[in-house]
Design a protein around this ligand. Structure first.
Ligand SMILES: C[S@@+](CC[C@H](N)C(=O)[O-])C[C@H]1O[C@@H](n2cnc3c(N)ncnc32)[C@H](O)[C@@H]1O
Length: 242
């Protein structure tokens, strides 16, 4: 689930196996979820404007929305700031629905129906690769490999944005309902480092209901990148003030 109430009883600590990840359960869970904002946000549709709130700086180029669902982030954030947006989402129903949801004037070019664990972005193709409320569905090793493929998918000064729930307990917490996990900030940062990503900036989402997991946003670039992301790009995705 995307927005989850934190604390005991909400989720059990991860046991073992694929880091507590169950890919089949995840796919099955999402196949039963309505293609609506409320569905995307686990019943917390009211936080969507706050989640999107940020900058209005114009930008150009191409973005990729990972675990895009019906295209909520694409609609309210990415297509406002990028000329072209591609989406990758494993549930075909959400991708189909995104056509009506985004409308005929949308800037979406490609819609890839794939799990992120087996998706490879086109090489040196994207200014921004955005992953939100989906990476808890990937096992640690698959996540590191996915980050490495994303790094290769970025243009020279591209940026990878991760926006995810984090635990306050410093442990991984498992969701038996959808087979996903919520990771602590320290583990996410260790996985970024394992993928040779450099953290440019991290921010905590403000003003969300207190009972929810803390939501953190990370801007990353590949260690090997010769150029840093320009300020306009970081402003466009809300990582720098206007
Ligand atoms: C909580 S929704 C978030 C959707 C969107 N990112 C947003 O913020 O509105 C999670 C999405 O991730 C998708 N998803 C779950 N596991 C996935 C995987 N392994 N690969 C790609 N997408 C996945 C679900 O189908 C669902 O659309």
């Amino acid at each position: 689930m995307p927005l989850k109430v934190a604390g005991p009883g909400a989720a059990a600590p991860s046991q073992s196996g694929m880091d507590g990840i169950d890919y089949e359960l995840g796919a099955d869970y999402w196949s039963k979820v309505d293609p609506t904002i409320d569905g995307m946000l686990g019943g917390f549709a009211q936080i969507s404007p706050l989640d999107i709130e940020g900058s209005s700086s114009p930008s150009t180029g191409r973005a990729l929305d990972c675990g895009a669902g019906i295209g909520r982030v694409t609609k309210y954030l990415l297509q406002r700031h990028f000329q072209t947006v591609d989406m990758v989402e494993q549930d075909a129903k959400f991708l189909d629905h995104s056509r009506a949801y985004l409308g005929p004037t949308s800037k979406v070019d490609q819609r890839f129906c794939s799990g992120l664990q087996s998706f490879t972005p086109q090489s040196a193709h994207y200014d921004v690769i955005w992953s939100q409320w989906v990476l808890g569905h990937l096992a640690d090793s698959d996540l590191v490999a996915f980050f490495q493929r994303c790094a290769r998918g970025l243009k020279a000064n591209g940026v990878l944005i991760v926006k995810e729930n984090t635990t306050s307990s410093d442990t991984v917490e498992q969701d038996p309902q959808d087979g996903s996990v919520t990771r602590p900030d320290a583990l996410l940062k260790s996985l970024f480092a394992q993928a040779d990503l450099v953290l440019i900036k991290d921010l905590q989402q403000l003003k969300f209901p207190a009972e929810l997991y803390p939501v953190k946003m990370y801007a990353l670039r590949p260690k090997t990148a010769s150029d840093s992301p320009d300020e306009a790009k970081l402003k466009a995705v809300g990582m720098l003030p206007d």
